[in-house]
Design a protein around this ligand. Structure first.
Ligand code: ADP
Ligand code: MG
Length: 474
């Protein structure tokens, strides 16, 4: 494609963004690519069928108009699905239109008006269930101090029967990367679907945005309810990736509809509901209203057990693979990052062992996993902890910090707490303001600057802050 064409495409994108707004654009058009532009026909591609049919039915004319504004020779837009793009599979635009329209209808009514059940493969696909990894089951999930509660809640939810009272809804699990969220969620899905009691639908937030929501959008309100009826348990992974106002509105709608109908909702995210900055307050409080469980970092003992279980699993395919206990201990001690690195470390040992035929030794392990040994990850500091620790240090209450009181004995600690929130967490100024009694971001900025200015000259304050930092990070 020529530079001129790329340029033009950029302009069309900007125009479209300006017309539909940032949120809608990022929800639906962010992954639309220009394939070819030949004379009167523009060929655009999107990653999924749903995205295609949705854009086709809602935005075809908009997109065409944007193109025509930039290139008046264009008279036709062809929308294709990238993964299905092989060789010369080009459907005529007319046929495309029909296919697009009927696709949406098929998702709900294509089974001769029978009520939907997610068990229908067509429907499951239509609702966009994400693929599952057969290894991620309860059997392979190792329980340790950091995940006992999350595991117990997951088990309980997976074992619940249709018609049982829903105990925690939604079940919200949060943890850093590689600490087992996806493993636990998929385990619930496998276990739930194995009993056949309630259909469990597992979706990544991405799938939710690009598949589920658009499938639902083409339905009538009645069909929507019908579709939801087939879902006993909805599992959404990586909620932090859900973006866009309109998607969130759909999410809120789905969440409310399911919870009100007594269906179980399970969510995983890398942060607690209160830190999902872009979500609406109502959704946040609905999320926080169920059971919120955090999974902490994998302790050394747990890492050791996970490694041991992995070796056992690997031996079913590679019976000669053997990792001596001292090597397992060494990896458990040094590769502290997360479950993914543990898996990576073992894979290297296995590969080395298979390729060279050499037995796994401590020396070999030291060489192979050297780059996976990272410095201790700094602890995730929470704004609540900062408020608690600062309040204790200065002998004020946490609610004083959040209040609008402006007496000196409260103002300084409040500024210190805001300063620490900015320096020890990744939270934005507006988010920090919100967490400090709904203050404006400029107030937070002022506090941060104020303390930065003071610590240069005020040794006592500088020391106090050092002590607070150490308390929070240890
Ligand atoms: P997350 O979704 O939290 O980023 P994953 O669930 O993908 O993390 O876990 C990363 C890897 O670590 C996976 O291979 C997973 O099987 C493994 N893992 C994490 N926690 C455990 C556990 N408690 N028991 C067994 N394997 C685990
Ligand atoms: Mg995950």
């Amino acid at each position: 494609m020529s530079n001129a064409e790329q340029d033009r495409w950029l302009k069309v994108q900007q125009r479209l963004k300006a017309e539909v707004g940032e949120d809608i654009y990022s929800s639906w058009f962010a992954r639309m690519d220009l394939e070819t532009l030949d004379g009167s026909t523009v060929r655009l591609s999107v990653p999924t069928r749903f995205l295609k049919s949705w854009i086709q039915s809602h935005y075809a004319e908009r997109v065409l108009a944007c193109w025509q504004a930039e290139a008046n020779t264009v008279s036709r837009i062809e929308l294709i699905v990238r993964s299905a793009m092989r060789g010369s599979v080009v459907t005529k635009p007319k046929a495309e239109n029909e296919a697009g329209a009927s696709e949406g209808v098929r998702a709900v009514n294509g089974h001769g008006g029978r009520p939907l059940s997610v068990g229908d493969p067509g429907v499951h696909e239509a609702l966009g269930g994400s693929p599952l990894d057969p290894r991620l089951t309860f059997d392979s999930f190792v329980i340790g101090r950091s995940n006992t509660l999350a595991h117990a809640a997951a088990k309980q939810v997976a074992a619940a029967k249709r018609g049982d009272a829903v105990m925690f809804n939604p079940l919200y699990i949060h943890a850093g990367v590689g600490l087992g969220k996806t493993h636990l969620l998929q385990a619930i899905t496998w276990a739930g679907n194995a009993t056949g009691e309630r259909k469990v639908l597992y979706l990544t937030a991405e799938k939710f945005m690009y598949g589920f929501v658009s499938a639902l959008r083409t339905q009538t309100a009645l069909a929507f309810k019908e579709a939801l009826r087939g879902i006993g348990v909805l599992v959404i992974d990586d909620l932090q990736f859900l973006q866009g106002k309109s998607t969130q509105a759909e999410f809120c709608h789905t969440l409310n509809a399911l919870i009100d109908a007594g269906r179980q909702v399970i969510i995983a995210s890398d942060r607690p509901p209160s830190d999902l900055e872009s979500l609406d307050d109502r959704v946040r409080s609905r999320l926080a209203g169920g059971l919120v469980v955090e999974m902490g970092p994998l302790g050394e003992e747990l890492r050791f057990e996970i490694l041991k279980a992995r070796v056992t699993a690997a031996r079913t395919h590679h019976p000669t693979f053997d990792v001596p206990v001292p090597v397992l201990s060494y990896i458990a001690k040094t590769v502290t990052h997360n479950g993914r690195d543990l898996e990576g470390a073992l894979n290297r040992l296995l590969a080395h062992n298979k390729l060279t035929g050499h037995a796994v030794t401590l020396e070999m392990a030291e060489r192979e996993v050297r780059d996976l040994i990272r410095p201790q990850e700094p602890k995730r500091v929470k704004i609540e902890d900062i408020q608690r620790v600062v309040a204790r240090q200065y002998n004020v209450s946490r609610s004083d910090l959040l209040s609008s009181r402006r007496t000196a004995n409260v103002v300084r600690p409040r500024q210190v707490a805001m300063y620490l929130a900015k320096t020890l967490t990744l939270r934005s100024l507006p988010e920090i303001g919100r967490r400090f009694g709904g203050r404006d971001h400029t107030t937070v900025l002022h506090a941060v600057r104020k303390i930065e200015g003071l610590v240069g000259n005020d040794v006592t304050l500088a020391e106090e802050i050092e002590v607070l930092k150490r308390q929070l990070q240890e």
